[in-house]
Ligand binder design. Structure first.
Ligand code: ADP
Ligand code: MG
Length: 582
């Protein structure tokens, strides 16, 4: 727990100074809380001495005492206010920065990072985990550090009157601290086992529910229930263990505090009887003994929250450690858009997906990539956009190796349209404007007109201001595709990559999409992965890919005369297209 607090303090970075100021205000706040009690004790002492005739008390003393109380209470509120203003906004400011920082990191890692890490977990880290941080990190630090500052300040006050009583209080704090430490160690140990048991439980329940039809069909309820039962049993066992570990540590922690309170009263009583302590000071000590540990006693409630924060911090740190793909790259403007692959080999894991791929696409020309499913067509596009880096060979654009360019400066030159379109949960206008955030409303409309989507957009109730559902659910596939093309037209990049952009739309939409694509690709350097004969035939160059190799290269008229994959491919296409027209 104390380690987590240390980590949180470290995490606050440049805000650390404000945090420390907050601690100082917190210390002064406690001091000012104790002052009225001390003042009352002093006043009582003077009154008793006065009644015994040992000294005389002037009436004006009452006003002094009142003034003292007012100052003490005022000071307490002032320091409490200062502490809040210095500390409380730190978490919000820091998490906002952290979100942007993680966004920037994710933009620059290779897409392989997302293959290796569960996307749900990454999204969770940025949303839930950072929110836990935002909500609790400062609050818990404040509760824990605040509690110890409170105790330290109070012990200092006690020390002023009697070192023996202060020593008893200190012993109580140290004992309780020891048990709290034991508690957080065991909660840390149990958290891992608990997480594993939880995961096993979820997996076996999902498996049971998914497989229920099979289970019923084969009359095997008994067998499949066994897995769930043992997962439940294990879950129960670890929960009971957590509770038992918690109970005894917490009990001893509370006991230390209570015993120390009793010890303070007892020690003060002895000192009073021996005449070393006056009666009012004894009364004051008794009052202090009630409030001294009140905050430390609450600290154990934070143990679980601190564990959550610890886990969240681990996840965020793992993301921050991700390697950038473009660490050594520079922001460079590309003048030409000739694309050149030289002997490129690549594999996602150990398995080779591309092997010795070499081709050149001159500026302003179109290359169609054809080949069977899984042959590596999409991979070629992924490498060009530097979603991954090649294993060997090189890819250049305008003579510049893509590895020398930062992702930002490279992707400025590339527009991509995929088969699966992703639209953000935002207005249609903003979805199009994503291609160029500086574009005016007029420019957005121009792009939409070119992409054949102006008509259907204006027919929607809110026009360009219509909010698209999560992932674009409220529009048809063809409409979404045209919006994504409008986005690409607005971006106006010199290289266009089309990956099966028309593969899954109906013929009527295909016609409109084709028209939109013609607008997009005019005068651009284009790589198109396509099935439509017209698109393939019109390309200046056709690359036939099979099992990660470019097996044929040339124009349609050249390739159709050669016996080979392309000829077979075209024959099949012709048959299906004729068939679909009938
Ligand atoms: P195509 O676009 O020609 O259908 P791809 O380039 O998508 O083929 O895929 C080529 C091969 O690489 C396939 O065998 C596919 O299973 C594999 N592959 C594609 N993406 C990944 C990935 N992210 N991780 C591992 N293997 C992948
Ligand atoms: Mg593909």
């Amino acid at each position: 727990m104390f380690k987590t607090v240390k980590r949180i303090i470290h995490w606050t970075g440049e805000y650390k100074k404000r945090l420390y100021w907050g601690f100082l205000w917190s210390f002064l706040q406690t001091m000012f809380t104790a002052l009225p009690v001390m003042g009352a004790a002093w006043f009582l002492d003077s009154m008793i001495k006065d009644s015994r005739g040992e000294s005389t008390m002037k009436p004006v003393m009452a006003f002094y005492a009142l003034g003292f109380m007012v100052v003490a209470i005022g000071g307490r509120f002032a320091f409490s206010y200062l502490r809040a203003t210095f500390q409380e906004s730190i978490a919000y400011e820091k998490t906002a920065e952290e979100r942007i920082q993680i966004g920037n990191i994710l933009k620059r890692v290779s897409l392989g990072f997302f293959d290796r890490n569960d996307t749900g977990e990454i999204a969770g880290a940025v949303t839930t985990d950072l929110s836990i941080y935002e909500m609790y990190a400062m609050k818990m630090t404040d509760i824990i550090i605040g509690a110890y500052i409170h105790v330290a300040a109070m012990i200092l006050c006690l020390l002023f009157f009697s070192w023996q009583v202060a020593a008893v209080a200190l012993a109580g704090v140290l004992c309780s601290g020891f048990f709290l430490h034991r508690m957080s160690c065991s909660s840390h140990r149990n958290a891992i086992t608990h997480q594993e048991a939880q995961n096993r439980l979820i997996t076996s329940v999902i498996e049971f529910v998914r497989g229920i039809a099979v289970v019923k069909a084969y009359g095997q309820e008994g067998v499949s229930v066994q897995g769930i039962r043992s997962a439940f049993f294990e879950h129960r066992k670890i929960n009971i263990k957590i509770e038992l570990d918690y109970v005894w540590c917490n009990g001893l922690h509370q006991l230390s505090c209570k015993l120390a309170s009793v010890g303070i009263v007892f020690m003060s009583a002895i000192l009073t009887m021996e005449g070393e302590m006056t009666l009012p000071v004894f009364l004051m000590m008794s009052v202090f003994s009630f409030t001294l540990f009140s905050q430390v006693e609450q600290v154990q409630n934070g143990a679980h929250t601190m564990q959550l924060i610890e886990t969240a911090m681990d996840k965020l740190e793992a993301i921050k450690k991700a390697e950038f793909i473009d660490t050594d790259a520079k922001d460079i403007r590309i003048e030409h858009s000739d694309i050149c692959f030289s002997d490129v080999s690549f594999g996602y894991g150990r398995r080779r997906v591309l092997d010795g791929v070499t081709f050149r696409i001159p500026q302003g020309s179109t290359a169609a990539v054809v080949g069977p499913s899984g042959s590596g067509k999409t991979t070629i596009c992924n490498l060009l956009a530097r979603f991954y880096d090649v294993d060997s060979g090189s890819i250049t654009i305008g003579g510049m190796d893509v590895r020398k360019l930062t992702c930002d400066s490279l992707l400025k030159n590339i527009s991509m349209v995929f088969q699966n379109v992703y639209l953000f949960h935002d207005t249609i206008e903003n979805n199009i404007r994503f291609g160029n955030p500086d574009a005016t409303h007029e420019e957005v409309i121009q792009a939409a007109k070119k992409a054949c989507c102006h008509d259907f957009i204006t027919q929607l109730t809110d026009g360009y201001k219509t909010v698209v559902g999560e992932g674009g659910a409220t529009l048809s596939g063809g409409e979404k595709q045209r919006i994504s093309i409008a986005r690409a037209i607005l971006k106006d990049a010199s290289i266009v990559i089309l990956d099966e952009a028309t593969a899954s739309v109906d013929p009527e939409n295909e016609h409109l999409i084709q028209q939109a694509l013609n607008e997009l690709t005019a005068r651009k350097t284009v790589i198109v992965i396509a099935h439509r004969l017209a698109t393939i035939e019109n390309a200046e160059q056709i690359l036939v890919v099979d099992s990660g190799r470019v097996v044929q290269k040339g124009t349609h008229t050249e390739l159709i005369r050669q016996a080979g994959l392309y000829q077979r491919f075209i024959n099949i296409r012709e048959q299906t297209e004729r068939w679909s027209l009938v």
